[in-house]
Design a protein around this ligand. Structure first.
Ligand code: CTP
Length: 393
């Protein structure tokens, strides 16, 4: 069956790359309907899009004179996925605000399909608090994001803002549609990164987790067709393409976001959740005669909550165990204590120090323990995702 993409091309020098994206899509037998915003039409012509899609190109609300031919509601619903590439700061702001003042934004407000955006803009516009707040809002609503890449920009500056390359956007489209992947139709929740537990308004307790392993697992599961919700603590990593990323700071926020994302078929708890939270001071602590005493209380255990029997328990719950000694014994004990199905144990002592690029894994399941050789974190993620897919095959 032909899958249909509604491609919205908004303004920006990167708009020319949308032609390459259309070429990749049509080559892979997607049907593409293109909508060109007024600003987009400054950079690519409707004729070139029409030649590549082989279909009528829609330009603005008032060119849809013949509503009976295909009204804007119908246009947005006939697609399997709505893609905005490039997505300018302007169209992202309009999406966040729910504006509908031209054809593209009307379609975006009227659609009941998933929306994937590939932003492209000047680095300062991308980093502006307004754009970042809009991105956060859109991600929280389930909009998929193919983050911009870093590099020299047409405006002469350097930094994140360049439109992702068309093959990257194409791959994100494929995984958003769960193309024949073994995990198509499955929902996976992945936790990743550290948590920050505030001590006062300027200080916090954290740990060395980089989030690399959890983010890689989210990507690998999405690549196998799963719909993935990634709940991430503060990390220095871009949001993975084709994954819904929810950003949190504390363990309590992480638990709330995980619970809000349920139900799920799969849960992978890769986050290094802070075990304790501090009774945080409302004002910045000042130096005095005596050092302050921090009062700690235990955080909720997200993995244990997910693993507890009940109607919302995901079919497969996977936990991590970062240990510095007695790896197998501790991992087995942790699996039993937390009631999860698998434990991915790794040695974080010595060379396996947290935050690195590779991991040496011991996978503990009901069947026993299986040692994996030292691998790049992405390879670990792929192997784990494949193993998970076997459970659902
Ligand atoms: N975990 C969690 N919520 C917590 C603590 C841990 O979801 N509040 C999850 C982690 O994401 C990981 C697993 O539990 O998947 C193991 O975390 P770890 O910190 O190693 O386990 P602890 O229970 O804290 O055991 P210990 O610190 O005694 O080793």
């Amino acid at each position: 069956m032909t899958r249909r993409i509604l491609l919205i091309v908004s303004g920006g020098i990167a708009a020319y790359k949308s032609l390459e994206l259309v070429r990749l899509l049509t080559k892979a037998d997607y049907g593409v309907t293109a909508v060109l915003t007024r600003a987009g039409a400054e950079f690519v012509t409707p004729l070139s899009l029409q030649a590549l899609t082989g279909a009528k190109v829609y330009e603005d609300l008032f060119s849809l004179t013949d509503e009976s031919e295909m009204g804007h509601i119908e246009l947005s619903r006939a697609a399997d996925l709505v893609v905005v590439a490039p997505a300018s700061a302007d169209i992202l702001a309009k999406m966040a605000a729910g504006l509908a003042n031209d054809l593209a934004t009307t379609l975006l407000l009227a659609t009941d399909k998933r929306v994937l955006v590939a932003p492209a803009m000047n680095v300062r516009m991308w980093q502006h608090a307004a754009t970042q707040a809009n991105m956060k809002l859109l991600a929280a609503r389930g909009v998929l994001v193919v983050p911009p890449e870093e590099g020299p920009m047409a405006c002469g500056e350097f930094g994140p803002g360049r439109l992702a390359e068309p093959p990257v956007i194409f791959a994100a489209i494929e995984s958003a549609l769960g193309q024949a992947g073994p995990l198509a139709g499955r929902h996976a929740i992945v936790t990743s990164g550290p948590t920050h537990e505030p001590i006062d308004p300027v200080r916090y307790i954290a740990n060395r987790s980089s989030g690399k392993q959890g983010h890689a697992i989210a990507s690998s599961l999405a690549a196998l067709g799963a719909r993935v919700t990634l709940v991430s603590g503060p990390v220095n990593l871009p949001d993975p393409p084709a994954v819904t990323t929810v950003h949190v700071e504390t363990a309590a926020e992480m638990l709330a976001s995980v619970e809000a994302a349920l139900p799920a078929d799969i849960a992978v708890c890769a986050a290094a959740v802070g075990d304790w939270r501090v009774e945080a001071a409302a004002q910045k602590l000042k130096k005095g005669a005596q050092a302050p005493t921090l009062h700690l209380s235990e955080n909720p255990d997200i993995l244990a909550r997910l693993s507890a029997p009940g109607p919302q328990r995901p079919r497969l719950v996977v936990g991590f165990a970062a240990e510095t000694e007695n790896l197998e014994a501790y991992a087995k004990a942790k699996r039993a204590r937390k009631q999860c199905d698998w434990i991915v144990a790794n040695n974080v002592g010595g060379t396996g120090i947290m935050g690195g690029e590779s991991n040496e894994i011991l996978l503990v399941t009901e069947a026993g323990a299986e040692a994996w050789q030292l691998m790049d974190k992405r390879a670990v993620a792929d192997k784990l995702a494949q193993k998970i897919a076997q459970v659902f095959s």
